[in-house]
Design a protein around this ligand. Structure first.
Ligand code: FUB
Length: 327
């Protein structure tokens, strides 16, 4: 696939009335910002940021629904990368729902993690024979692939979870690997579920458990900063972003409140958080490209700031995005 470098400096602002907050950019760099949404030539959703090899990657879903038509049309997942947060390389579709022979399309939210020198891309798809959504996993030796189904079957299927009787409650995998190598998968719609992963990253290691955070809808994301573990998730509908904190990836989780209100033009609100070169970033999607909307979403990025006690400051959504950092 031909690579294309997107240099997004100053374009037409999408939306109005937003302020810009500078990160820890050098003085020389700080006039240069990315533009929100950061990818304006393709509809992107459900971003999963991931840092490896000194590079900031964003794995995204790909909205292909026609304007004015209801429902998600998502066939593959896209990959983008940057080393300065304003110049983005577009790698194209690196994984497709059809790469999972047991699946029946519908490339919903996904998340990439790393362990033992390999990369694992956890995806939501529709299962071909077990009614409902399922979670699969692909593996690669490099963040850009090539990727292949790591298991030849689903990791999680709808018949493994009985907490609800809906067919789309096994979606939105979020994987967290702790400093001691312990790996966890969190997922769900309506009920937030989690399980340990075996060292091979492609099998569950123990029972499926639940986390009783308030008003959970979907899209969990777990990360660690200092002594604290953070669980960020989409709450209510239209979705807002709430979060909880713990001193263990296994909980108990203490609810800490709201970080981001509902979005213009997108009732879904799927976020990911990573640290890169000393700055923390929150990546999310909205529906604010000129022909965008609920099923034609676009990935945006903001800085994430913490208070001294470890709690997170509410997000300030901007049209300017984040500042360039030294490369
Ligand atoms: O993109 C399809 C679904 O919409 C995701 O799985 C949810 O998180 C919501 O963003």
């Amino acid at each position: 696939m031909m690579k294309r470098t997107l240099v997004i400096l100053m374009g037409v602002l999408v939306g109005a009335g937003c302020t810009t907050k500078q990160g820890q950019a050098s003085k020389k760099d700080k006039d240069i910002t990315a533009q929100n949404p950061i990818f304006q030539n393709v509809f992107t959703a459900d971003p999963a940021p991931f840092v490896a090899n000194d590079t900031f990657y964003i794995y995204t879903g790909h909205d292909e629904q026609a304007q004015g038509i209801e429902g998600f049309l998502m066939k593959d997942w896209l990959l983008f990368s940057s080393t300065d947060m304003v110049n983005w390389e577009q790698h194209g579709a690196k994984l497709r729902a059809t790469d999972f022979a047991w699946a029946n399309g519908q490339a919903w939210a996904a998340h990439t993690e790393q362990k033992n020198g390999k990369y694992y891309w956890y995806v939501t798809v529709e299962h071909g024979t077990i009614p409902g959504k399922a979670i699969g996993v692909a593996v690669a030796d490099h963040p850009t692939g090539p990727w292949k189904d790591a298991k030849g079957e689903a990791l999680i299927t709808n018949d493994m979870t009985k907490q609800t009787d809906i067919f789309w409650d096994d979606i939105d995998p979020a994987v967290f690997v702790d400093e001691d190598g312990s790996a966890y998968i969190y997922w769900g719609n309506t009920v937030l579920k989690w399980a340990k992963l075996k060292d091979n990253m492609i099998e569950l290691d123990g029972p499926i458990q639940t986390i009783p955070v308030p008003e959970f809808t979907e899209a969990p994301w777990v990360f660690k900063r200092g002594a604290f573990y953070y669980l960020i998730y989409s709450a209510r509908f239209p979705e807002e972003i709430d979060y909880a904190m713990s001193d263990s990836p296994e909980g108990p989780w203490e609810y800490k409140g709201n970080l981001n209100g509902a979005l213009p033009n997108s009732p879904t609100h799927h976020v990911g958080v990573v640290e890169y070169k000393g700055n923390w970033y929150l990546v999310y999607h909205n529906g604010q490209l000129p022909t965008g909307g609920e099923f034609r979403r676009s990935v945006c990025i903001e800085n994430l700031y913490f208070n001294e006690d470890g709690t997170i400051q509410p997000i300030t959504r901007t049209t300017a995005g984040v500042s360039a950092i030294a490369n």
